[in-house]
Design a protein around this ligand. Structure first.
Ligand code: NAD
Ligand code: G3P
Length: 367
């Protein structure tokens, strides 16, 4: 267990998805000589029934709070000190709710191997002074001065934990590193496609959570599957337009990977953002209250991502060009009532084109 023969992996995070990834990586490194058997996992410490979560995980090999009912391999070691967990790692897998990434980066600055590389599984953005947003992988790269690649896909954590077949997308421009990252992630039931369009992969993962809130409102309003399909389609068109306008050079083909259409569909039917947004309409409770009541410590990413995106759209005078992103934000903050959702997207810019296609997207996003 203490072998140091190969590259060491640290999982920075131990929530619902973080625990599933620790299980996968823990099993995979044991099969390949190029990786060290020991996988460290940073755990934000908390007390469960009088005992530290790290102790429970290390003794029972189960994250009883965030992934109950699934055993982690014993070579995964839970550590409450993030520096201790990350200091010897060659590969840092970041998988935290996105609101915590800056704090973790400040703690890790200067304390990790300068040769380390990062893989971010985090879906979300951060605000930039002056009215913009920053990608999480760019924050990791800028703060820690290491390359950061991304993994996003149609991956509801509990289904992956049950080993039900699914796909995922790694965004990595370096072929050799992409192939090594695939080695620590891929299994018989979790298939990886590596593409070079890193930013688009990550933006898909972040934006789909906003659309999922819209899907949840539709469910809460009892509007049916056709309406939800319209929200998914219009949401996808906004995602494509967002990349075109703010991150030009992205490929349309990336939206057809697991990180694009597939994640959008699964999240709009089975995700936490959808679930809490439906309850928001039905109960009238706040998003924060519902997150606390329904998710047992897990965190919603959609409403904060909608706020971050709105911060940018507002500052650029572009709110009306992205009606789903804008309306979801305004409903989450109470500025608009959920009942106004469809009215707000009825005159969507996608309905204004002659043949229903967004010509800007077609011109700039090449297949
Ligand atoms: N859960 C999924 O199905 C899933 C699937 C794919 C991607 N993701 C993405 O992965 C990322 C992580 O999601 P998750 O499901 O692992 O987390 P989660 O929603 O289960 O969040 C809970 C985690 O946050 C930690 N936490 C709470 N307060 C903290 C603090 N102040 N500092 C640091 N950590 C703190 C908790 O200890 C716990 O580990 C998110 O960006 C999410 O969008 C999630
Ligand atoms: O449960 P959600 O809404 O955070 O979505 C989970 C994953 O991102 C789905 O791939």
């Amino acid at each position: 267990m203490s072998s140091t023969k190969g590259k060491q992996v640290c999982i920075v995070g131990s929530g619902n998805w973080g625990s599933v990834i620790a299980k996968i990586v823990g099993h995979n490194v044991q099969k390949l000589d190029k990786f060290d058997n020991r996988v460290t996992m940073y755990v934000y410490e908390e007390i469960i029934n009088g005992k530290k979560l790290t102790e429970i995980i290390n003794e029972q090999h189960e994250n009883v709070k965030y992934l109950p009912g699934h055993k982690l391999p014993p070579n995964v070691e839970a550590i409450a000190d993030v520096v201790e967990a990350a200091k010897d790692a060659d590969i840092l897998v970041f998988v935290l709710p996105h609101q915590f990434i800056k704090g973790i980066c400040s703690t890790l600055l200067g304390k990790i191997k300068p040769t380390a590389i990062a893989l971010s599984l985090i879906k979300g953005f951060d605000r930039l002074e002056g009215g913009g947003i920053e990608l999480i992988s760019h924050i990791i790269n800028r703060h820690l001065k290491i390359p950061c690649h991304v993994l996003m896909g149609a991956n509801l954590a509990n289904e992956v934990a049950n080993e039900q077949f699914c796909e995922t997308t790694i965004g990595c421009r370096d072929r050799k590193i992409g192939s090594m990252l695939r080695d620590i992630i891929q299994t018989e039931y979790f298939r990886v496609v590596v593409v070079d369009d890193e930013d688009t992969v990550e933006i898909c993962g972040a934006l789909k959570n906003i659309v999922a809130c819209g899907a949840g409102f539709v469910d809460g309003l009892g509007l049916g599957d056709n309406t939800k399909a319209a929200v998914i389609r219009l949401g996808l068109m906004e995602m494509i337009k967002f990349v075109d306008v703010f991150y030009p050079g992205g490929k349309l083909s990336t939206f057809f990977e697991s990180c694009g259409v597939a994640d959008l569909i699964t999240t709009c039917f089975g995700g936490r953002n959808r679930k809490c947004s439906e309850a928001f309409v039905k109960t009238g409770k706040s998003i924060k209250q519902l997150e606390d009541e329904l998710l047992n410590g897990q965190k919603l990413q959609g409403p904060i991502t909608a706020e971050e995106v709105n911060f940018m759209l507002k500052s650029k005078g572009m709110e009306e060009k992205f009606p789903i992103f804008t309306t979801v934000h305004k409903i989450c903050t109470g500025e608009l009532k959920p009942q106004e959702f469809i009215n707000c997207i009825r005159e969507h810019p996608e309905h204004m084109n002659f043949n229903g296609t967004n010509k800007e997207s077609r011109q700039q996003c090449k297949l």
